[in-house]
Write a new protein. Structure first.
Lengths: 310, 310
């Protein structure tokens, strides 16, 4: 099934203890659409770039079947640029530069060919911008997935809650779930957030995995323990893209299938961090992904058959 | 099979956002032995108390089959006492009082009836004290499990490493694994720690669950997401006691069985935090534990059957 992915397509400059990558491609919709393209050949990109964005990266994405009809190119302008430096433990980073450039005036316009899509993934953007995408759909998609961040909770909580009321799956991290709900317990936080509108909540916990909630069920997915994280940039976006792509491919929005989608998202994200930018995702083979998925099975499978309790 | 449990039997005064419990019973070996007694009727306690320790608590433990031949009673002295206050989020606590009392001169003496035990659980104590327990065993136990903490890494790393070299399963938290190994990645930390001697490493991550490592395998166990944690005191000790008790009951030290033991430990710990002190463990029924174990199955089970990756 078709999947609209909205978000940034950008340049990043990244410093990690392993090295520095200057002006490499990044952005939520770039990582997300490449990840999703492993699952569905009908990814519909909505984003904005400047004249500086490299044609070969656009060609690569086109080659993976990513529709760029909704990708605006602003002549004479520059693409969104972010620069950051990760601390030794990779769990914290400092933002060095944020140049909005083309993003400052970004008004997403959906081509008519996108407006009947069954699935929509709203990458982290101003909540009003995410809302304008929803409003342009001709019919209600089967599932709208939305990513956001604490920044919008700090400065735009009201419009954020209005957008959250319109979507089906919210993906945020544990601190954001606490901030959004005012509850420390993630179980209580999830109950409050689901009351705001979404059917499902995905709480991303980085190296501790992810939790999936609906009103009656909880699923706990592990993260793969990794010997080395080379560059965490884009891991969350890759997770979201594979998660959405898997759901679009299987066209099944049950809790059981969303569990599978989370494992696929986690597996794909575990590749993303192995190299800078989208480099590792570009090299990824089906056999590698299958082997990685099996690692998640091995990591979590137990059998209580022997249990006898006195 | 028989299981020797060594550690503190103590008084705690605990403040949480839910209330205060004054001079309630606690200690690693108290929580551990009660948890283990749900699995094996041959728990052999090694500890020390003062004359102030309540007889009815000793009677309760005896009633659960916990052998107290190795429990020293020091006339005219006071039991070990700890007092702490938990912050609102329950993940941090301040120690208000630590009165070693009888613990200051504690020299564990194993009764002859304990010296052939197949299983030994060394609760957190000075590493030299833990070593003296190992040295008193007549034959090498099948499995020696050891808990410790950052305090000993700060002030007694050499003797800690000597004791770690003699045991089979080390249980520590993620920060302690990083401190002990000097590695941030838990995969690298585990490799270094397993090189110090143990066959297995359990890394406890609190609300994020636990990881089990041997040289070739990793298992990731979730923690049960809880709406409310009433009092976290003793949860780690309860985990360790149920983990050791399950292994002693099943008499199986394979990686597969240690996975089951971790799920049992996690389930038992999830009860411990529901009330102050050992109150909830005292009320626990087999049916409740079975239902809680099923929750861990539901929480983690997924089936990739539908996976098709392009």
């Amino acid at each position: 099934m078709s999947l609209v992915i909205v978000g940034t397509v950008a340049f990043d400059t990244i410093e990690t203890p392993f090295g520095k990558a200057d002006m490499v491609v990044g952005g939520a919709a770039l990582y997300g659409s490449i990840a999703a393209s492993h699952y569905t050949d009908d990814v519909q990109l909505v984003s904005v770039i400047g004249e500086d964005f490299p044609q070969d990266e656009l060609d690569y994405m086109a080659g993976r079947g990513i529709n760029q009809e909704g990708l605006q190119l602003k002549k004479g302008e520059k693409s969104f640029y972010w620069s950051g430096r990760y601390h030794d433990n990779m769990n914290k980073r400092d933002t060095l530069v944020t140049d909005l450039n083309v993003l400052e005036t970004f008004d997403p316009v959906l081509p008519d060919s996108y407006k009947e899509s069954a699935y929509v993934m709203l990458g982290n953007l101003q909540p009003e911008v995410q809302m304008r995408v929803i409003e342009q759909m001709n019919k209600r998609p089967k599932l709208i997935i939305m990513d956001t961040m604490n920044f919008w909770m700090d400065i735009a909580m009201d419009s954020l809650k209005k957008t959250i009321a319109k979507i089906d799956v919210l993906t945020i991290n544990d601190e954001e779930a606490r901030q959004l709900s005012g509850e420390y317990s993630l179980v209580k936080a999830a109950a409050k957030i689901l009351d705001m509108g979404p059917t499902y909540l995905v709480i991303k916990k980085g190296e501790h995995g992810a939790l999936l909630f609906d009103k009656n069920n909880i699923f706990s997915a592990p993260a793969l323990p990794l010997a080395e994280v080379y560059d965490p940039t884009g891991a969350g976006d890759t997770f979201a893209g594979a998660f959405a792509g898997y759901i679009a491919q299987t066209d099944d929005i049950s809790f059981e299938n969303l569990k599978r989608a989370i494992i696929h998202g986690s597996a794909m994200a575990s590749f993303c961090v192995e190299k800078f930018s989208n480099q590792r995702l570009k090299e990824l083979t089906t056999a590698e992904l299958d082997a990685r998925l099996q690692k998640f099975v091995d990591l979590t499978t137990f059998d209580l058959a022997l249990a006898e309790v006195a």
